[in-house]
Design a protein around this ligand. Structure first.
Ligand SMILES: C[S@@+](CC[C@H](N)C(=O)[O-])C[C@H]1O[C@@H](n2cnc3c(N)ncnc32)[C@H](O)[C@@H]1O
Length: 337
């Protein structure tokens, strides 16, 4: 079976597997790209794409939500963002059969207003954002996001810009590092961990992700049987900081009401309580009618098939326009940068 058949179930072939595989291509050493799309049907149901509609996939990744939306409404089109060149390149290949309906953008989704303006789009009809990182990003040791695989302490989604996690650790004083670990990782033992990481750095013992994990374990002790790895929260915190993930989401939530047309739906999947809180707060404003008062979680079946879906929370809201709303959209917002 070819790559494309595996990648686009329904569009190209009849397969239930929702992954990309490159194993068949022995002569071309292509990296495996496997990401199981989370809450695919729930997202499509919430957005309810319409013929002629323009939708945004803020987090293209493996293209799962993009394809699902296009399948649900073949006469719609998608503007797809990802800040990871590897993801965009791979998706461009895999989504080639539907490329006439997808505009691929290598950009952070915080640039939504600028990119839409550049494309001459004044309104979108809906958006999905599936926050966080993809399985290929987590699984590729070279990206440095996993404490289980030895790699550089990098953690950037966009490997062409910004500071790596190691550079962040080198630059920040102990207290600031501890604050990041506490705030973005919800880690109570942040001070001890930050001191231990800095000590390893000074001793020249902080070169790889496994060194980083060792420094964390030195501070807090090994994992308890059946418990989460002691490095989980610190790795998450550093990744969130390196990729300015909360600022990205805040900016998206701030600009969305001006860009979504009346009745358009925003569906946001978050995987951390900090993100979910931001989405909850934004959707509680007068600009939105919530479709989900409580966040929706994946089914037990989905969690069994894809353990990474377990922490997902889906919130969806419809753009609601009061009479007398001053208007929305880029064309009426010349001041929008
Ligand atoms: C969870 S994956 C998306 C998976 C996708 N929905 C699918 O079904 O295949 C998240 C993707 O969003 C990208 N991403 C995360 N934050 C981003 C941001 N602020 N701007 C653009 N892309 C971002 C990551 O690089 C990653 O490829």
């Amino acid at each position: 079976m070819s790559n494309l058949q595996l990648a686009l179930p329904g569009l190209l072939g009849d397969t239930a597997e929702w992954v990309w595989r490159d194993d068949d291509f022995d002569e071309v050493p292509v990296k495996r790209f496997e990401h199981a799309t989370v809450m695919r049907d729930e997202v499509v149901r919430a957005i309810g794409p319409r013929a002629g509609g323009t939708y945004v996939d803020a987090t293209l990744g493996g293209g799962g939500h993009t394809v699902a939306l296009l399948e649900a409404e073949p006469r719609s089109r998608i503007i797809a963002f990802d800040r990871d060149r590897a993801a965009v390149d791979a998706a461009q290949q895999t989504l080639a059969p539907v490329a006439d309906r997808v505009t691929f953008l290598l950009a952070p989704f915080s640039r939504l207003p600028e990119e839409l303006e550049r494309l001459g789009i004044t309104r979108i009809d809906g958006i999905v954002a599936d926050l966080g990182v993809s399985s290929p990003q987590l699984d590729d040791a070279e990206r440095g996001m996993s404490f289980r695989r030895e790699g550089p302490i990098d953690m950037r989604m966009d490997r062409e810009a910004g500071e790596t996690a190691l550079e962040l650790i080198e630059r920040l004083p102990d207290d600031d590092l501890a604050n990041i670990i506490y705030e973005y990782g919800d880690e109570r033992r942040s001070r001890r961990i930050a001191r231990s990481i800095k000590k390893a750095l000074v001793a020249g013992e902080l070169r790889t992700t496994l060194d980083l994990r060792r420094a964390i374990v030195r501070a807090v002790g090994p994992a308890r049987v059946g418990g989460v790895d002691p490095a989980t929260r610190t790795f998450q915190a550093l990744r969130v900081a390196v990729n300015t993930e909360l600022a990205e989401l805040e900016r998206l939530l701030e600009v969305l009401p001006r860009l979504i047309g009346e009745g358009g739906v925003a569906a946001i999947l978050s995987f951390q309580s900090m993100e979910d809180r931001l989405v909850k707060r934004a959707f509680a404003t007068a600009e939105w009618s919530r479709l989900t008062k409580k966040p929706q979680s994946p089914s037990d079946e989905e969690c069994a098939l894809n353990p990474r879906a377990r922490s997902a929370k889906l919130r969806a809201a419809r753009r609601h326009i009061d009479q007398g709303d001053p208007g929305q959209g880029l064309s009426q917002e010349p001041g929008l940068e």
